[in-house]
Design a protein around this ligand. Structure first.
Ligand code: FES
Length: 159
């Protein structure tokens, strides 16, 4: 993910990603993933540009972005913590872990800490069910995460 300083940078990056993807069959999902991977989120201001390129309405683009939990519509913090809420992790204590995370970070899901260090998100299976409960910090997946492990991840992200 790149840190974009200006709206002009953002528009340039978006334009390049749209050009790369717009002629692919079923381009919307790969394009949205590419935008989020590159920019960190899918800005609402991009819906019209995306819609125009793919012959979709703004409402259709908005509908897809908001349907999938994976997509963010706002710039995340410097780190993104995702707590798995799927069945295996729930049975191994992820609800207590998410309550602990929300309390320590003083945020709810889809929110960013006041120091801009961590955005907290829910995820539905990280493919690490054998090591539930699982947490992903940025690109790294952690298994059998305890409250203490979570505290260490938070401290590291804030260091
Ligand atoms: S259910 Fe959490 S990693 Fe699969």
């Amino acid at each position: 993910m790149q840190d974009l300083e200006t709206k002009q940078d953002l528009d340039l990056r978006l334009g390049a990603l749209i050009s790369e993807h717009q002629h692919m069959p079923g381009a919307l999902m790969p394009l949205l993933h590419a935008i989020q991977d590159n920019i960190g989120y899918v800005p609402e201001s991009s819906y019209s540009q995306i819609g125009k390129a793919l012959s979709l309405s703004v409402a259709e683009v908005h509908g897809v972005v908001t349907f999938y939990h994976h997509f963010r519509t706002h710039k995340p913090g410097r780190h993104v913590m995702q707590i798995c809420r799927a069945e295996s992790c729930q049975s191994m204590g992820s609800e207590a872990l998410e309550a602990h995370a929300k309390k320590c970070l003083n945020v709810d899901y889809h929110q960013t800490t006041s120091d801009d260090a961590i955005t907290l998100e829910a995820v539905y299976c990280l493919g690490n069910c054998a090591l539930s409960p699982a947490v992903m910090m940025d690109e790294e997946v952690y298994g059998r995460v305890s409250a203490e492990d979570l505290d260490a991840l938070i401290a590291e992200a804030r260091a």
